[in-house]
Design a protein around this ligand. Sequence first.
Ligand code: SAJ
Length: 480
Amino acid sequence: MDSVLSSLINKRGPIRTIGVIGMGYVGIPAAALFADSPAFERVYGFQRDSPTSGYKIAMLNRGESPLKGEEPGLDDLLAKVARAGKFVCTSDFSKISELDVVTLAIQTPFLNKNDLLPDFSALFDGVKNVGRYLKPGMLVVLESTITPGTTTGIARQILEEESGMKAGCDFALVHAPERVMVGRLLRNIQEHDRIVGGIDDVSTQRATYLYSPILTKGRIIPMTATAAEVTKTAENTFRDLQIAAANELALYCEAMGINFYDVRSGIDSLKGEGITRAILWPGAGVGGHCLTKDTYHLERGVKVLGGQLDYPAGKDSLFVLARNINDFMPRHMFTLTTLGLGRIGKTIRGSKIALLGWAFLANSDDARNTPAEPFRDLVLEAGGEVTVHDPWVDSYPDVPIDHDIDTVLAGADAVILFTGHTEYKNISPAGIRKACGHDTIVIVDGRNVIDPDMFINAGFVYKGIGRGDKNEHPIRIALP
Ligand code: SAJ
């Protein structure tokens, strides 16, 4: 028997008009792909005309992308759909009432880094706006990363209160999490499988008709809304866990005086039917907007959904332990720096530390939640001086960042490699010594970018993550 919602949707007919709320890294490529599909007639991009981001409206209506960095195909696609009149950016949210579908792609950052609580205010403002203009038979899709239980909980509640309608009866409601990666925004939407989680089967089905036309290699993976929320947060939680396992093993290898990378190659050699050892890479820490928060979304989800969790009382979960290990790595880099300086009779206090790399990812300008920041804080607290170089990052609040490496290195007692930028793979002992102006210099490699022997043989004091075979090397007298 057709549900009330099915009848309303059938009355509306096929999806023709779409609204995307949030003109950012998630919303813009999605809106462009929807607008380019012959399956749909028109797409509105909704953007608040705020002092900080209102400028995007005019740019997007000129067919220009306001996003930084290279995004293959996006500029041309935006120009094409804007010129064709199939995509329009607007701050007039009342146009929502003319549409068949509205998707919300609004960031959910931390309120602050200490209590790890998400700031859903912007997302809920968007949901409230949708509720205000919602019409019967419409589909609402949440694409932002959210705590499990949000779609069927607070989001549903706001939509029903604002619209006076009932989800699953008068309108469809779905969570279809984004899987964007900077530098491949369009490709990820087209080629990655798309999780589509409705509050009921009718909602899930309607969302399948929304996403299928823009998938090339990707396929639709239907499930419930809560399963979709857990999938998204858990896929990043598992990546964070894998990195933590590599970090823990690297610490063990350092303590046992062996080379982690030999062990990694050994483990990775175990291949065969049904055998997998996804061993990732240890490093100076885990930053970014995804892995640093999605574990805590998952942890809160278990609490929000309130089921009886059978787990040792008061014990941190494996996932929180993994977060703690990854957040420990900047402190380990501080310890390696302290030990390295100690080998030449110096301490952090009174030393100058040159920090190479501020971005959280190699060859990127993205410094969100960079692990270099807690390291810098530890050095300053211990009375050291820190200079920061990063060829990709132009600025960061309260942290002077210089693009000239010789300026940053001048007078440095220790050089710390925090980000694996390609530029750092070519640094030479002679170049570093010339810039620092000291005979014996400490170098700490947080991303396995340099050859330890090259620097040890040139008289440097070397320390490296996972390099237990080199971290206690004999110090060679620096050759003039
Ligand atoms: N990192 C390690 N060791 C590794 C891999 C990464 O220490 O083996 C560190 C990086 O240096 C960085 C942090 O972890 O500081 C995060 O790196 P990431 O490669 O996971 O990059 P993100 O944070 O941009 O993750 C995104 C996620 N994508 C989405 O949420 C849609 C994640 O799911 C992807 O797996 C990841 O991109 C990716 O693979 O590029």
